[in-house]
Design a binder for this molecule. Sequence first.
Ligand SMILES: Cc1cc2nc3c(=O)[nH]c(=O)nc-3n(C[C@H](O)[C@H](O)[C@H](O)COP(=O)(O)OP(=O)(O)OC[C@H]3O[C@@H](n4cnc5c(N)ncnc54)[C@H](O)[C@@H]3O)c2cc1C
Length: 561
Amino acid sequence: MIDSYIRLYIKIIILSMCFVVNAQNDPLSTLESTIISHGGQVLRITDPQYKTAATLHNRAIQIWPDLMLRPATFDDVSLALSTLSSLQIPIRIMGGRHSYGGYCSHQGIVLDSALLKGLKIDWATETVTMQAGIIWDDVYKALNGSEYVAMGGLCPTVGVVGFTLGGGYNAMYSRSYGFASDNVLNFTVALYNGSVVTASSTINSDLYWALRGGGGGNFGYVLEMTQKIHRINGTKLPNGQFSFLNITWVNVDIRTALTNWLTFLKNVADGDSRISFNVIVAVNSEGNFLMMYCSFNGPHEEIDSVFGSWLSQNPKPTDFNVFNYTQNDISRVLGIPFPVVNREHVLSAMAINITDAMLDVILNFYPNFTAGIGSWTELIYLHNANKDTNTAYAFPDISFDIAPGVSWTNPDSDPDAIGMSEKFLEKLIAAAAPSKSIVGAYLNYIDPYLRDWETMYYRNHWDRLRKIQTQWDPTWYFRFPQGIPPYDQSSNDSLTLIGRQPWKELTDSYLNYFTSLSTLQIKMHNYVNQPLEDILTNNLLLITNFSLSEYGDFYFHDKIM
Ligand SMILES: Cc1cc2nc3c(=O)[nH]c(=O)nc-3n(C[C@H](O)[C@H](O)[C@H](O)COP(=O)(O)OP(=O)(O)OC[C@H]3O[C@@H](n4cnc5c(N)ncnc54)[C@H](O)[C@@H]3O)c2cc1C
């Protein structure tokens, strides 16, 4: 008896030793323990920090990853990429979590840059070097009190890398100093196999071209980049302050107010890059609201002579104030809290001009009060804002980013909200067709429902971008539904598209139907408001997995089969 106990005991010891040896040899366990040993983090849904770390800016597209790896060193990012790509485990790269398509997350492993927080300002060369986990707020705070500004966004919580890779404009400064992508001097990039390369105008210049406007999530993992910063010297105000004009019209003849503004742009602002505008139009059946943020990168004394005659036209502004603001002040005043309280869907149309027919559409973009959906249109004035045209950003000729948005709280209103904004975009494009005014869509306002997104985001740069992707990421390891496929890969043969339906529409029979299917195609553009069966008519792709989010959404995951 004692003998058999001893034998059992020895067996347990041998088995547990095997388990330890196996665990140590498991490359994923080794990766996790290496990341942790160098000050990084590994987060699972059971970890107290997980929820905050995985929360996306926009709850309408919240997707919870299975595992978050947060390396604290560049070497550990490389190790993660070489380990995971050799195991063919798909990843997403997470930065500031502001992607409107939720493309920094998926139901799988996320490589999160949150702990890569290095930031260095070199005043002598007038540059800032930022690691992948830096958000614009870090940069603005570091520059605050100096006379310098960086080309980041108005919203301080946006990640610097995701912003810059998509072009990245600052509605108040870009007309003076260009897009973020115009200002990058070099990138340090980890490739899918973990090797690290530099991209600049002299080293790997094709990759450098592609990273400046080609979009986050393609080509490689940007570890770090250096950008020019700009000394404000036109305003003669202290501490890098700008004149910031806040002008509003409430319940007036808003069409005339907008037409006067467009005439002012043509006659004055198009030729004076010191003037910038970010305009918000909100209309409903009972009233209207027009608000303009305007910055002037010139002497305060000139404000009257530059803006006076335009602002004295009828209808006169309901309210008009001038402030002296630093970049930090502007982002504090205009920035949106992270995460947003509501669900959001924001789109974009890059426009050469705004015609009367387009104004008709904008002035009829009414909210749906019954379904609790608010609506607005932003007009970001970008005439001559793109200062370096030798980049992948494809819109040097536009004057406006027209960005309609909707906001709502009830998940049941998802189809109505998404449907009404997508229909608005279609109407706007149709209204612009005779004048050929709309030439594409802004990649940084990435829209999972956009038709012909390849041409809309990239125009004639698409083929060159595919060639560059083929060279740097031949197996298409960095991929997502609107990613750039290398030439020997097709964008839809092994990848399903993302979509969502309110979960109340899901009955058990639907679930059975899903699980019994072997193939599935989701018709991205037409499915909103259609019965769910219609979506499943044409079976082409492998079925996706699915889950319910905590907000009650049903997600088709863009899972690679
Ligand atoms: C409230 C708000 C305000 C905005 N304001 C502006 C604005 O003023 N001007 C403007 O141009 N845009 C603006 N945007 C759009 C914003 O620039 C894009 O959504 C941008 O992609 C966000 O980057 P992120 O790192 O915050 O987001 P993430 O969702 O983390 O990343 C966005 C994309 O970049 C990829 N990515 C992130 N980090 C890396 C990396 N290190 N290497 C490679 N790929 C990476 C991700 O995988 C994802 O595909 C705004 C968006 C929001 C929600």
